[in-house]
Design a protein around this ligand. Structure first.
Ligand code: 5AD
Ligand code: SF4
Length: 456
């Protein structure tokens, strides 16, 4: 890689490690991992591997693992176990484990499962072609899971077929240390990409037909560029200095969501979409304190008020944990009431699961599984009832939909509104990439159906 110019993103060089062999990447977990898998495919394609659709066709299988919630090592081992027969048939087959479990477990993984040929951490993705070359040259038990603490975060966005909408990493890692979360240990310290690199990436993607970018990071609001720009400044620059049609971002942290960002969102509509994913985790201030979230229920609600005041059509989604250590029935009810009070159209809710290295794993008052499951079910039931009512308002509305894909079998187009509502509608593939007015005919909690209106 060429690191000579600070203004230019270092480019990845092509090589011939793969000799055309098939590579299959199996992905678990969050959007960050989905994006990392795309990077792995791109790097390996540049090293002359051929991406294939199933493990059976591959000479190289990579498991991009997730350890945010339950039984991550078990999941990796059970997947590797499935490849026993493939390894017997094809002794050349190499199996590598990357992602958060790779970072967390390192060489331990290979001790317990000898079929694994190499393990690499979240900061070692760009070393993949070298590691794979070593593995095919006969080296066993390779591990690369050192964090590159000193290295700047200089990466080129690598996407094979970006389509209409794509993700652009702006930060990596997290320094927040919420007491339940393993991410600061598996993704390392927080780093931001230089602002110029982000703009350069987006311009390049626009040249490849991309209409919408989602700026991606564990905690985008704490973005701090080399030139002193914060996240709101970055959003403004992307909106004003590139020709991208739509901008999204995820994930935001309530403690860092400020008026400046809301003002930038308002001033740059409709380019900046009216959708915010703002995890609240618990509706109770005592629980939030023990989670080390840095805000109370009241402060969270104040942020919501600030957002809704400036952007009345905003749609909000959130992440919630139930059964955090010490959470009482009354405190759980505060979570139920916060969901109602804000009126989230979408929630992502999870049972608390103790994670290695984290403080909460050692807290007293761990909640039993039956209680956790009961709370989760009640939360989903209450939310479902509310969401069904909330989405009815879309019926009869006309929304501007960016068309993303065409399903040939069903003859359906799909796309999303500014508020991130997924919409299905009849039409043909020539409309992909266009933003069309669509009249909503039927609304379900997760999807809307509609008909494209003639453009005036
Ligand atoms: N247990 C349950 N859920 C968790 N999350 C993160 N860590 C844990 C854990 N230990 C959830 C949070 C976070 C989302 C990505 O995963 O809600 O926002
Ligand atoms: Fe985990 Fe908290 Fe960082 Fe989000 S902000 S990645 S929940 S430590």
């Amino acid at each position: 890689m060429d690191l000579s110019s600070e203004n230019l993103i270092p480019q990845v060089q092509h090589s011939d490690v793969g000799h055309g062999r098939g590579v299959y990447v199996s992905t678990y977990g969050c959007q960050m991992n989905v994006n990392d898998s795309e990077r792995m495919y791109s790097l390996l394609e540049m090293a002359n591997f051929t991406p294939v659709a199933s493990p059976e066709q591959a000479s190289l299988i990579i498991i991009n693992s997730c350890s945010v919630r339950e039984k991550p090592v078990h999941k990796v081992f059970s997947e590797v176990g499935k490849y026993r027969k493939l390894k017997q048939k094809n002794p050349e087959l190499k199996i590598g484990v990357g992602g958060c479990v790779g970072q967390q477990e390192k060489e331990n993984l290979m001790k317990d499962q000898p079929m694994i040929d190499f393990v690499f951490g979240t900061d070692a993705i760009d070393q993949l072609p070298t590691m794979v070359a070593q593995a095919f040259a006969g080296e066993h038990r390779l591990v690369k899971a050192q964090f590159q603490h000193r290295a700047p975060y200089h990466v080129e966005t690598l996407v094979r077929n970006p389509g209409v909408s794509t993700f652009v990493n702006i930060t990596k890692g997290c320094d927040n240390f919420c007491t339940f979360c393993v991410v600061p240990y598996t993704r390392g310290r927080e780093k931001s990409r230089p602002l110029k690199h982000v703009l350069q990436d987006i311009n390049e993607l626009i040249g490849r037909g991309v209409k919408e970018v989602t700026l991606l990071g564990q905690n985008v609001n704490s973005y701090t560029s080399d030139c002193g720009a914060d996240f709101a400044d970055l959003m403004e620059k992307v909106a004003q200095e590139t020709k991208i049609e739509r901008i999204r971002f995820t994930t935001s942290h309530p403690k860092d969501f400020n008026q400046k960002l809301v003002d930038v969102m308002y001033a740059n509509q409709p380019k900046i979409c009216e959708y915010i994913h703002l995890p609240f985790q618990s509706g109770n201030s005592r629980v939030l304190e023990t989670m080390n979230r840095g805000y109370s229920r009241e402060e969270y609600l104040q942020k919501i008020e600030m957002i809704k005041k400036a952007i009345p059509n905003v749609v909000l989604s959130t992440d919630i944990i139930v059964g955090f250590p010490g959470e009482t029935e009354e405190e759980f009810k505060d979570t139920l009431s916060l969901v109602q009070e804000v009126g989230f159209e979408t929630i992502f809710a999870f049972k608390y699961s103790p994670r290695p290295f984290t403080k909460a794993a050692r807290f007293e008052g761990q909640i039993d599984e039956v209680t956790k499951s009961d709370r989760l079910t009640r939360l989903f039931e209450a939310h479902d009832l509310m969401a069904r009512e909330l989405v009815k308002r879309y019926e009869g509305q006309t929304l501007e939909i960016l068309i993303e894909a065409f399903d040939e079998k069903r003859g359906n187009l799909s796309g999303r509104s500014s508020q991130n509502k997924l919409v299905y509608m009849p039409g043909d593939a020539s409309l992909i990439g266009k933003t069309m007015p669509v009249k909503i005919t039927k609304a379900f909690p997760a999807v809307l159906r509609g008909e494209i209106l003639p453009v005036q």
